[in-house]
Structure formats: structure tokens, C-alpha cells
Ligand binder design. Sequence first.
Ligand SMILES: [Mn+2]
Length: 584
Amino acid sequence: MIRIKRSRVILALVIFGVSFWLMLYWNVSSVYARHRSQYFGLRKDVIDLALDMHTARDEDKEEAYSEAYLKRLGEIVTADDQRNYDSGFHSHAFNQMLSDKLSLKRPLPDVRLEKCKDKTYPEDLPTASVVICFYNEAKSTLLRTVNTVIERSPAYLIHEIILVDDYSDFDYLKDELPHYIQNNLPQVKLMRTSKRQGLIRARMVGAKEASGEVLLFLDSHCEVNKGWLEPLLFAVRNDPHTVSVPIIDIVNADTFFYEASGLVKGGFNWGMHYQWDPLTQDETKEVVKTVEPFKSPTMAGGLFAMNRLYFQTLGEYDSGMDVWGGENLELSFRIWQCGGQLVIVPCSRVGHIFRKRRPYGAPRHDTFTRNTLRMVHVWTDEYKKYYFHINPSAENVNYGNISERVYLREQLKCKSFKWYLENVYPEQLHKLPNLEKSKEDNLRPENLKSQYKTVTRAKGLLKHAGSGLCVESEKTEYDKRALLTLALCNNAERKQMWYETEQKDMRLANLLCMDRDSAAGPYARLMKCNGSKTQTWVWVKKETRSQLVNPTTSECLVTTGVEPGSFLTTGSCGDSLLMQFSFT
Ligand SMILES: [Mn+2]
């Protein structure tokens, strides 16, 4: 009797234990799966992930930059994690939560071309003053920028590192950062402006303080890679009128995965937006063979090395420009037109977080147009008519007084814009807007035209019920890969006008399609219409619910927030207000 009783007790205990663990496991994994599908659209095998948890997290190993490691480290498990993740994205437009967990000197893959790896440089390179300006930057990304510079540069080449805090209001930047620098980073000088200057004027503040031979500007959310410095300085040493730019690799704003960029040059379009132009096959072959710097018509603006005295004689920056935008093209044109040259150095690689938006507003809105107008009027001569053809409304925007910059151009005896186009950027001469045609016809690239005939079923604004905001392109309706965001509704806005077609896709301005390909990233975006499953959408209306569903994944369109600027993604359908939309 006693024996039977004992075995029953054991059996009961075992059944209880097993079911307890099963329930616990089911709970944890379903929370995790829910999170994954909602925020990343990934339906990874749960068991797989549970096993992954047991592998070591050793930051010194190569594994520390693998996608799998970053995914594990960035996991969102609890509601607190989610809040953390959201607030980091809200303040910085990148995954601050993950950045804070990563080492300040994490290893990066050596993505240089093979020939770069055994290239040597003379010892008498000029010294650099590294100037890093920031405004409300996250502590970990700022310190990672500084620490990788110190770690991956020969100490004797770093004359100093100048940090210019452009009147940030985050407390840790005011209290903790000065303390940290004082105790840990003797080569760093921290300056703070007495009022918000904007990036452009803050850089001039840093440059005035600098005393190294070369100014090396970096953004405040970079990670420099192995051997980055010497080739940049070498290009400048050989000719003080050469301005050198590294290859800017991509640090993914969400996953922090480091990805090598291809060989591209800087260009621009007639809206005066910067663009990347891929090298031709022949040019690529040549660069791979020689790994020599190659000429670039423009630069992105955040990262470059320039002889300090040359920066001064060439007129620094236009101090009439506000905050951000246009200054990179202005400096590029000025370098070329006034006798210098701009080169991209293939052996120098710097990772940069490409944020999905600028997380701060400008004190005066649309500094881009104002700054661009200043540049256009000073440097582009008769070619400015093309800019105004694309941007007719810019003609009424006030751009202040430019007489000093016009005078500078005369003093430096700079060449014409025609010379620049013919000699530095001839490709763009073939892409002059046709002044006879409308702005829209000029902007519409051939490849935006859809591959098959469509029939529009309905046309209107896609309105989020909870916030009353409308879904629009974060850029223009012409920008492939632009993410979708919420904005104040405006039915005069082409980038809010959606066309629902018989083919069950949603087309913005009847051009590009709403696409939710989880392989392309965590958010919904615009892509060329191709009739694929990731572009199929149907309305499901039940009682008070009205949801836009992707039938292949059975997921619903959902916003990541209720304020303007919130992104769109998909997640498991439910009652959430974040998933309610109307088409009006
Ligand atoms: Mn940046």
C-alpha cells in the first residue's frame, strides 16, 4: 500500500512538474513570438531561439558582430524592454537600447578591399584634430565614436579630439559626460555652445579651437574601422587642396549590424538633394586593382578630412546657413570650382548609423530649402533655373543676405558651374530637367511605371482611426524604399493619396506600392509595384473594426505610435486601436 501511494505521489509530482514547465515555456515563447511578429515581422522557430540563448556572449569574439548575436542582444522580452526600445527610438531614431548594451569598442568586420590590408603609409603624416559636433546624442553612440577613434588610430596622429556640444538639453551630457571625459579621455576637449548654433556653425566653433594640421569631421554616431585614418591623411598630405572622404559603411539603425557599402561616388539631383552614384564597371575594376582614391563630384557631408588652413582660406562654411542641409553640396561645389578636389578613399572605412529621420526639429523649419537657396544663388549660375523648375515654390522663400559669399567667390577666383558640370560631373549634364515639361514629368523616372495594367478601385487618404493621422511617405511619393509614417492629413498632398487597385495593392500617388517584406527590414515601405505577396492588401471589416490585412501572413497593418512620425509595420491582428484604419 505504502509503495503504491508513494509512486502515485511521484507520478503526480512528475505530471505537475512537466505541465508547469510546459506552461511556462509556452507563455514565454508566445510573448516572444508575439513581439517578433509584431515588431519585426519575423516568424522564427521559437525552439531555435531558445537554444541560441545558451551560447556565450563574448564581445571579444568575431561573433560579436554577427547578426545572430545582435539579434539575441537586442531581444525585447518584457514590457519594460519594449518601453525602453520605443523611448530610445523616439529620442534618437535608432535602437538606443541595443547600443547601450554593446561594447564601446566592439570588434567590426574588416571589410576593406584585399589590397588595402597590406598597404603601408609614410610616418610623417599630418596630425589630425578630430571634430565631432553633437546635439542630444545618445551617450553610448557618442562614446563609441570617440573610443573607436582612440582605439583604431595611431596615437601620434591624433592631435586632439574636439567635442562640440551644441547646447544639448539631455542631463547626462551636461553632468556625466564632462566627468567621464576628465577621468578617462585626456585627449578629448569638450566645448559647449552658449546657445543652439546648428551643426554648421557648431563645426566652425570646433574648427576655430583646433590646432592640428588636418581637420577631420565626424558625425557623433560613427564607428571608425581598422586602418581608417592613415589613408585619409595621406591623401591630404600629398596635396593640401585635396579633401578626402572615407567610404561610409552602414550601421543598421535597428539591429546595429555593420554592413560594407559598395563603391559609390557622391552626386546630386536637380532638386539639389545629395545622391549616391554607383561607379561604372570600369571604374570599379580600376579601384579594386589600385585601391587609389577616386574623384567624387560631391560628398555626403558628415565625414571628411581637410587641411585646416585650406578650410579657412576656402571660407569655412556659410555662417548664414541654419542647422542642417545644403552645406555639403555648397562645400563640394566650392572645393571643385575654387581649385581643389574631392576624393573618396577606398581603404578608409567608417561605419555610420543612418537614422530613419532626424530626431530633432529645427528652430526655424525647413532649413534645407533656405540653405539650398543660398548655395544655388552663390554657386550655380544660370543652372539655377533647373532647380527652380523642380522647386517652383522655393522662389518665394527668404534666404537672407548672400553678399559675403558672392564676394568670397570673386576673391577666390572660382570657376563657373558650367565648368564644374562639364569637368567634374558630366553625367549630370545629360539629366538636365526639360523646361518644356512639367515638374512631375521631369521627376517621374521611367522605372516607376508599373509593369502591368491596373484598375483603380478607390482613391483617398489612408487614415489611422485612433489618431486621425494619415499614412504618407516619409520622403516623396517618388522615393523607392521610403518608409511610411503618420502625418497630419492633407488631401492636397500627393504623398498621402492612395490608390486601391483591383490587383489588391495600395499605390501611393498611383506610382509605388505599399510593401511589407520582412526580409527588407522591420517596417512597411514603398517599393516598385510587382504584384508580389508582400504588396497584397485586403480590407477586413467586422463590427467596428476596419483593418488592412496582408492575406499571405494574415497580419494587420499597425502603427508603432500615435504621434506624427510614427512608422507603419504589420503584426498579429487583434483589437488594438493601432490597427484600425479607414480609407476616405
Ligand atoms: Mn549622421
